[in-house]
Design a protein around this ligand. Structure first.
Ligand SMILES: [Zn+2]
Length: 321
């Protein structure tokens, strides 16, 4: 098992959003990675420049932050080749680690564009070093820039930032400051791809909450009718619990519910509805322990959502008259 700490740099359409390629808004131009062994020692490094096939000149912003020229890019490898080399180098039991979750998203979006996404089966468990840094050194909610963390930890700044290998190196050094229990407790799940089959659905247990990631459904309604999606299991003992407040939507993407475990008390359920890359939907459901007051606030919310909705329907009916 190895930790593969990687960083990507990408380019975007130099002529503005209107002329960008919709399926590839960000084209990867650089991959940098550091391999750490189980003891968090550096084993090896990986670096590739990628020859673009969509945006052949650099966006002014990319040019300003990335230390590459259009000429450098011409000498790079085609993306599918570079990615194949990267995975071969990373090995079959790699744990990917990145600063924030965007690099994995863009990696998969680029792979999808080249029709090679099958090489990386999701949903992926990974380590979000930006999150781990916050938990270890600050507070859970904080999200800092890489440069901020490097300065704060007093790491030596020998290389420039926004070079993929330098950033991977800094991220690896920050990962080395995180204690094992934090790493073990706070892994992340990337949801660019949803589970393909019911057997592949994800049930993850964390300290104080659980997460469930469903397979694909053809509509939101179909997802919300699925017994497994609707069910609320206690995040501590796993027993199926009675819902005190049935699932209700607060927006197009978010649903809440409240339930009670006879042993562990009030539970709050949250469902986030996510689009698949096709036209379907899948669900990320979170269950956590909550208080009676919080559950009361939730029922108040349900009432106000319903009032608002009724008023809107009434308004539309009046307009029709
Ligand atoms: Zn329980």
């Amino acid at each position: 098992m190895n930790y593969i700490v990687f960083d990507l740099e990408w380019n975007q359409c130099p002529y503005g959003k209107e002329r960008e390629c919709a399926s590839l808004p960000f084209e990867i131009i650089e991959i940098g990675a550091v391999k750490l062994n189980q003891n968090m020692e550096v084993e090896d490094r990986f670096y590739r420049v990628i020859k673009p096939s969509v945006y052949h000149t650099l966006h002014f912003r990319t040019k300003r932050i990335v230390g590459l020229s259009t000429e450098d890019l011409k000498k790079g490898d085609p993306f599918p080749e570079a990615v194949r080399a990267f995975f071969a180098w990373a090995g079959p039991d790699a744990i990917f680690c990145t600063w924030g979750g965007m690099d994995l998203v863009e990696l998969q979006r680029n792979m999808e564009y080249y029709k090679i996404l099958y090489q990386l089966k999701g949903p992926l468990h990974f380590l979000d070093v930006q999150k781990l840094y916050a938990i270890q050194h600050e507070t859970m909610e904080k999200r800092r820039a890489l440069e901020y963390a490097v300065e704060k930890l007093g790491l030596e700044k020998e290389a420039v930032f926004h070079n993929a290998l330098a950033d991977a190196d800094y991220t690896a050094q920050i990962l080395q400051t995180i204690e094992q229990p934090v790493i073990m407790t706070y892994d992340s799940i990337d949801m660019y791809q949803c589970p393909q089959r019911k057997e592949d659905e994800i049930y993850a247990v964390y300290n104080g909450h659980t997460k469930y990631i469903s397979r694909e459904f053809e509509s939101k309604e179909a997802a919300m009718q699925d017994p497994e999606v609707r069910s609320v299991r206690c995040c501590i003992c796993g027993r199926k619990c009675r819902q005190k407040l049935r699932w209700f939507s607060v927006s197009a993407r978010n649903y809440y519910c409240a339930a009670v475990c006879p042993e562990h008390g009030y539970l709050k359920g949250t469902i986030r509805m996510l689009h698949t890359s096709g036209n379907g939907f899948f669900v990320m459901k979170k269950i956590k322990v909550t208080s009676e007051q919080e559950a009361d606030l939730l029922s108040e919310k349900k009432r106000s959502v319903r009032r608002r909705r009724n008023r809107r329907i009434q308004g539309e009916a009046n307009e029709a008259i």
